[in-house]
Design a protein around this ligand. Structure first.
Ligand code: C2E
Ligand code: CA
Ligand code: CA
Ligand code: CA
Length: 279
């Protein structure tokens, strides 16, 4: 038994070393990705399910890594947060998003509101507000046209600092959406205290509609609650006509999902934007 224990221990440390090595490699690669401009923004349409009109776009980062193709954010955002590299990455995202938005405006395209994701780390950066204000001036964007998406989990990491920043953003008339709603732990009374305009129902609740009755009941409850609090609502991950029917029948009218549009580069979605802007 003793030998076995030692064997397991060695096995365990080898795995740990591999893991540490992988992380270190990823961290170094992330640094060079920032330096060499390997990030790209994709955009996903947010649609009014009744009129099929475009109401906004969410910016989603992609890493175009040499010889490896496109790496999705789930693979690197976590580590970027742990190492603090997310601050630089998300600043790049904001600049890029606003620059693209300005470009669309110049072309006379109506995009609605542009949304970017905010990480937990960003919610503790004292100079974040200043950075945002400078950026919107630079690209000549009204704060009402920019929305920040933040998760409850991110807020709970350091609630006081986060609330401070969110309240300031609200005062300055930026939009605030609570992302991945329903997956966190917050109570109704807490939601009332958050200065958010909108909640995004997480895809987890949507994906098994209409098979999962429990998810359907939860979704109904979330919609009713949001409406009671006078919050806007959007459903994530809408993929089917049945889901659209269920949501609109229950008072949720905005959707973001593959049914309408898969995230794509500005170039690839240009024809769609042209079409949506002229009607
Ligand atoms: P999120 O903010 O919840 O973004 C929505 C994710 O759901 C996106 O994945 C999107 O591609 C995916 N999605 C949208 N519609 C559908 C659908 O109908 N079906 C399915 N199966 N998936 C759908 P993505 O782009 O891989 O992003 C994953 C997460 O990475 C995001 O989740 C967000 O938390 C984070 N992220 C993405 N870009 C950024 C960024 O610029 N900064 C930060 N801090 N986080 C980001
Ligand atoms: Ca989001
Ligand atoms: Ca989300
Ligand atoms: Ca999500």
């Amino acid at each position: 038994a003793k030998d076995e224990g030692r064997y397991n221990y060695q096995f365990y440390t080898k795995d740990m070393t591999d893991l540490a090595y992988k992380r270190l490699t990823l961290e170094n690669n992330l640094r060079s990705a920032i330096r060499d401009g390997e990030f790209k923004l994709y955009y996903q349409a947010q649609t009014d399910m009744r009129s099929n009109e475009l109401v906004g776009v969410e910016c989603l980062i992609r890493w175009h890594k040499e010889h490896e193709g496109i790496i999705p954010p789930d693979v690197f955002i976590g580590l970027a947060e742990e190492t603090g590299l997310i601050v630089q990455i998300d600043r790049w995202v904001l600049q890029e998003a606003l620059s693209q938005y300005q470009q669309w405006m110049k072309e006379g395209l109506k995009i609605g509101v542009i949304s970017v994701n905010l990480s937990a780390v960003q919610l503790t950066q004292r100079d974040f507000i200043e950075f945002v204000e400078k950026a919107i001036k630079r690209y000549d964007i009204a704060p009402e046209n920019l929305m920040f998406e933040v998760t409850e989990t991110a807020i709970m990491r350091s609630p006081e600092q986060a609330l401070d920043i969110l309240n300031k953003l609200k005062e300055l008339k930026f939009g605030l959406a609570l992302d991945d709603f329903g997956t966190g732990l917050s109570s109704l009374s807490y939601l009332k205290k958050l200065p958010v305009d909108k909640i995004k129902i997480d895809r987890a609740f949507i994906k098994d509609i209409p098979e999962d009755k429990e998810d359907m009941n939860l979704t109904k409850t979330i919609i009713a609650m949001a409406r009671n609090l006078n919050l806007d609502i959007i459903a994530e991950g809408v993929e089917t006509q049945e889901q659209i029917e269920f949501l609109t029948n229950n008072g949720c009218y905005e959707a973001q999902g593959y049914y309408y549009h898969k995230p794509s580069s500005a170039k690839d979605m240009h024809p769609m934007l042209l079409e949506k802007s002229t009607d």
